[in-house]
Design a protein around this ligand. Structure first.
Ligand code: GDP
Length: 714
């Protein structure tokens, strides 16, 4: 079977926005209009569409899957067709596959946002037409910048009271990028928002039809003629600046053709040199279809980004770099980017194929884990159904049902051509809490629930404390754990007592030290003999643990050396100050001895772990705490209170800046001081302040605070 749509007719996009800007509504409308568009030309067209829409409405289309597919033929091509036959022809010629990758809007889930950005090629950034750019829009925008995701903007909610296209656009220019440029102007605003003018074609449309699906061509309203001309001239200048040939033509007095302008604007958008801006009201069914034309016109297909974002990986055996092309003829290279549980089919592993073809019934290599997985069933997720397919091609996104050992970020590939794609990196969880099932029955359910949640979310971890039998869960922030605990109750019916969130402290050493560990028992039969000498050196922050073997002349035989390393690793999990993980140190095994008969792996493990504890005590141990990068945005009049409060939290203010009428405070603050900050900031600023925070680094805890932590007062 061959592919239905050539790669150049693929758009893998995300709808990028913070909570409340209208991401869900925009996504739903996209699925709605693409659904209608794809039905065009079927028997009894009109009636069929109406029926379909009714059914959809009853079902309530929602976008819940990590990657949903839909098909779109640019509305202008459909409008140009004057009969059903012509519409079908237009569809055959111009229909594109759009895969929509879900991006979470909450900034607490930075990692979720980042992993979805990893698999998409372009984005539609949605703004609230009243508020314009909000603090959290900036966070999601900068995340997309990090992956150089080409974007178009959609200024939504143009129907709301106070909606203002120009003001929202200005806030994009001022706070996000000077490269933004309107390609449309709204006709009217608030309750009078009734259409748009396309600046390139100078066509005006009024929205009509029960669901805004009809675009009626109208004359440009008289009071807009001058503005349209000026904005259009500006747009054309910005486009021709991007291309020498067009520039020459333009300076020579000829206006480039529409096709030329679109082509250059497309290239500039893909290169992040320009960002086309659209507008509409998703809720009132206005402007979404033209924005979808923009997705086709300006956002990249997988073929367009091979230079800026090549498919790069390494050969797991040799470490040699490998580049693959987005081509079905290349060896299979795919990435699992989300694991989810579906109530009907069970475990779903979402993946993107970067090159080659993945086939049902075949075996693929999970190169990250070095295991083979059988592809039992492949599904393509549509708005309202799952489609079973036999194969998927380069550029496709879908889900595999029932994979057991593949987790988020793993590379799936042709077993004969192993490759590991650049991994999505996940920050370490910095907050933990204790969780205790209420009954025996809950205990069993808890285990299952935690496993499922951890499979889905790589930033969520579960550890057990063997001594106390407690279960501890770890996450990225208070809210992250709160949501997970809530899901445990709602989705898995687990009743549990939950402790207070705790900061994940660590321990390290500050100077060089030495220690000896001996575990020697000689009582009756076979004895025990393990003996090691080690040296500890502190390492730079974030380096973790390094083991160096300097044993010479076989004073400890090779077979016991890995037992020594194991013993040390175990001892590292229980630091000497307050039992936290010991990190950022090098342990050198330089001497020791053994006994022909009595030595065993177990004896060396114990000797090593004793040596490590003594060594750590002798090397100036200190406690480390996570420091968060915090950004607070508040009106000027609260600046004093906010900065005073940050200082009282042992915070360091790094920068104070202005953002239109607001003050922006960038600071580094210990996580332990940030509990409950959302409530505090709200009351301090009468609800007008907002903040974001993310983990930055670990730092030594001041001695007086360390004492409080050790004594359990903090
Ligand atoms: P999300 O949190 O970004 O997914 O946003 P939603 O799509 O859930 O929208 C948030 C709120 O804004 C909801 O109450 C929507 O009904 C409303 N909303 C979304 N789009 C529009 C719009 O175009 N106009 C108006 N007036 N409200 C909208």
């Amino acid at each position: 079977m061959a592919r239905n749509y050539p790669l150049k007719k693929y758009r893998n996009i995300g709808i990028i926005a913070h909570i409340d800007a209208g991401k869900t509504t925009v996504s739903e409308r996209i699925l709605f209009y693409t659904g209608i568009s794809h039905k065009i030309g079927e028997v009894h067209e009109g009636a069929a569409i109406m029926d379909w829409m009714e059914q959809e409405r009853e079902r309530g289309i929602t976008i819940t899957s990590a990657a949903t597919t839909c098909l779109w033929t640019p509305i202008r091509e459909i409008m140009r067709a004057s009969s059903d036959e012509e519409k079908i022809k237009a569809r055959e010629q111009f229909e594109h596959r759009i895969n929509i990758i879900d991006t979470p809007g909450h900034v607490d889930f930075t990692v979720e946002v980042e992993r979805s950005l990893r698999v998409l090629d372009g984005g539609v950034t949605v703004f609230d037409g009243v508020a314009g750019v909000e603090p959290q829009s900036e966070t999601v925008w900068h995340q997309a910048d990090k992956y150089a995701v080409p974007r178009i903007c959609f200024i939504n909610k143009m129907d709301r009271m106070g909606a203002n296209f120009q003001k929202s656009f200005d806030s994009i220019i001022e706070r996000l990028t000077p490269n933004a440029i309107p390609v449309q102007l709204p006709i009217g605003a608030e309750e009078h928002f009734s259409g748009v003018v396309d600046l390139l074609t100078q066509q005006a449309f009024a929205f009509a039809g029960e669901h805004g699906e009809t675009l009626n061509p109208i004359a440009i309203p008289a009071d807009m003629v001058a503005d349209v001309a000026a904005q259009r001239a500006h747009l054309i200048e910005r486009i021709v600046e991007q291309d020498e040939v067009l520039m020459e033509k333009y300076l020579g007095g000829t206006e480039p053709s529409l096709e030329e302008l679109r082509a250059v604007l497309r290239a500039a958008t893909i290169a992040n040199a320009l960002v086309p801006v659209f507008c509409g009201s998703a809720l009132k069914n206005k402007g979404v279809q033209l924005m979808l034309d923009g997705v086709i016109d300006y956002l990249p297909s997988p073929l367009d980004i091979t230079d800026s974002k090549p498919i790069k990986g390494t050969d797991p055996a040799t470490g040699v770099d490998i580049i693959r092309q987005p081509d079905d003829a290349e060896p299979l290279t795919a990435m699992a980017f989300k694991v989810a549980t579906d109530p009907f089919v069970g475990n779903l592993t979402y993946f993107r194929v970067y090159s080659g073809v993945i086939k049902k019934g075949s075996y693929v290599l999970n190169a990250t884990k070095d295991i083979q997985e059988r592809i039992g069933r492949i599904v393509r997720m549509h708005a309202n159904h799952r489609e079973d397919v036999d194969e998927m091609f380069a550029g496709d996104l879908g889900a595999i049902v029932g994979l057991k050992n593949t987790t988020t970020g793993d590379t799936l590939c042709d077993p004969a051509q192993p490759i590991i794609l650049e991994k999505i990196t996940f920050p370490e969880p910095v907050i933990s809490l204790r969780i205790e099932p209420k009954t025996k029955n809950d205990q069993e359910k808890l285990g299952l629930a935690l496993k499922r949640l951890a499979d889905e979310d790589p930033t969520f971890r579960v550890t057990g404390n063997a001594d106390t039998g407690e279960t501890i869960i770890w996450g990225m922030g208070e809210l992250h754990l709160e949501i997970l605990v809530d899901r445990m109750k709602r989705e898995f019916n687990v009743e549990a007592n939950v402790g207070r969130p705790q900061v994940s402290y660590k321990e390290t050493i500050t100077k060089e030290g030495e220690a000896e560990g001996k575990y020697i028992r000689q009582s009756g039969g076979r004895g025990q003999y393990g003996h090691v000498r080690i040296r500890l050196k502190s390492l730079e922050r974030g380096k973790g643990f390094v083991f160096v073997n300097q044993i010479k002349g076989g004073v400890i035989p090779q077979e016991f050396i890995s037992a020594v390393e194991k013993g040390i690793k175990e001892a590292l999990t229980k630091g000497v100050i307050a039992g936290y993980l010991l990190t950022d140190l090098e342990v050198i095994l330089y001497d020791g001895s053994y006994h022909e008969v009595d030595s065993s792996e177990a004896a060396f493990k114990i000797a090593a772990s004793m040596a490590l504890q003594d060594g750590a005590r002798a090397s100036g141990p200190v406690l480390l705490e996570p420091i968060m990068k915090v950004q607070v945005i508040a009106p000027q009049e609260y600046l004093g209170d906010v900065t005073g409060d940050v200082s009282s939290k042992r915070g360091r203010i790094e920068e104070l800046s202005d953002r239109s009428t607001m003050k922006v405070i960038d600071a580094m603050v210990p996580l332990s001081e940030m509990f409950g900050y959302a409530t505090k900031l709200r009351s301090m600023t009468q609800g007008r302040g907002s903040f974001t925070m993310e983990f930055n680094h670990y730092e030594e805890v001041p001695k007086n605070i360390e004492l409080q932590i050790v004594e359990g007062k903090k």
